[in-house]
Ligand binder design. Structure first.
Ligand SMILES: O=C(O)CCC(=O)C(=O)O
Length: 337
């Protein structure tokens, strides 16, 4: 831990805490225990020696950079993001804004191929880079989820990964770009005198798990407690793993869905680019605390819900809202279960 410094945005405290780094090539029983501990302590950790080939990442980085380098008029051919496609500064449908532009995809290769025609002059090259990366992320997410199943000692260790492997999974993928100044053509310029502006505002990811990789420009921060922000330094060779709301619900609050945000450091001469894979179950998947996670001392925290219901709720709320609170169980639910 090192000295705290005031945050230029809201006078919040920023503290450099050493966040968990997990070497996936280490001994399996050790890896699974470390992952479970990191999910309990922070809902956030970095994985190294993950086995994802560097050329898969490099291909996507090259394709993404060439898209974001286009003129605003060209990029807008791939928009608006409703929710998929190109978005600039507007995040979601309820008024959230940030100093970011992005491409949001669902992870179906046919839909990616279709959308790539509006994104790239070489759509086949673009879509194969995106689909190749997503395939690698899905494998990595399922491996981590299996390790979590083992580390929790639940009888069905594939209970989490099976939802992601399901052909009906609703996973999605976002390429984020945080340029030091976004093109003025982009809607609703956000005025700020600070050198750090909010790129992607604070939020919890709603899904099961997120795998996030960035170039060598920092900006990601997590908030392990109210008012405290911890920078997650960039490491282009690694992936940050975020616990999402659904995993918090399925573990009955044993794991924490991590609050995080990305700052756009406008004094930086290089733009940040990040790639986020959101591992998500099918719409009709029932999200319920695993029986092993519920005890008389730790009664059920949330009512059962489907991912479809949760997704509808999240589309009607602001980015920073804590949606899981709306699904809290009452004493009556507990007696009925
Ligand atoms: O760019 C980042 O580091 C964070 C992005 C993020 O939180 C998101 O895409 O949900």
């Amino acid at each position: 831990m090192v000295a705290a410094s005031p945050n230029p945005i809201h006078n919040e405290k920023i503290e450099a805490i050493e966040l968990p780094i997990i070497d996936l090539s280490a001994e399996r029983s050790q890896v699974r225990n470390l992952i479970v501990k990191a999910c309990e302590d922070y809902g956030f950790f970095k994985v190294i020696n993950h086995g994802v080939p560097q050329d898969i990442v490099a291909k996507l980085e090259e394709q993404s950079l060439s898209f974001f380098a286009k003129t605003m008029a060209e990029k807008q051919r791939a928009g608006p993001a409703i929710p998929f496609g190109y978005g600039c500064k507007t995040i979601g449908f309820t008024g959230d804004m940030g100093e970011v532009e992005y491409l949001l995809f669902n992870t179906n290769p046919i839909s990616i191929a279709q959308r790539s025609k509006t994104i790239s002059n070489e759509p086949t090259k673009f879509s194969s880079a995106v689909s190749g990366y997503i395939e690698a992320m899905k494998d990595l997410a399922c491996e981590i989820l299996d390790l979590i199943g083992e580390g929790l000692w639940v009888p069905d260790t594939s209970v989490f990964s099976r939802m992601i492997r399901d052909v009906e999974n609703d996973s999605f993928f976002r390429l984020n770009h945080y340029p030091h100044h976004l093109n003025k053509d982009c809607t609703n310029n956000i005025n700020s005198s600070c050198s750090s502006k909010v790129g992607f505002g604070e939020h919890n990811d709603p899904q099961i798990l997120t795998l996030l990789r960035s170039n060598d420009v920092g900006g990601l921060q997590i908030s392990p407690q109210d008012g405290l922000w911890v920078p997650a330094p960039s490491d282009p060779t690694a992936f940050w793993v975020n616990v999402g709301d659904l995993l918090q619900a399925m573990t009955n609050g044993r794991f924490v869905s991590v609050r995080h945000r990305a700052l756009n450091n406008s004094s930086n001469s290089k733009s940040r680019m990040s790639m986020a894979y959101f591992a998500t179950p099918p719409l009709n998947a029932c999200i319920n605390a695993l029986p092993e996670m519920v005890t008389p001392e730790k009664p059920r925290l949330y009512k059962p819900f489907t991912w479809g219901e949760y997704k509808n709720t999240l589309y009607s709320l602001r980015l920073g809202d804590t949606r899981l609170n709306l699904f809290k169980a009452s004493t009556n639910d507990e007696l009925a279960s």
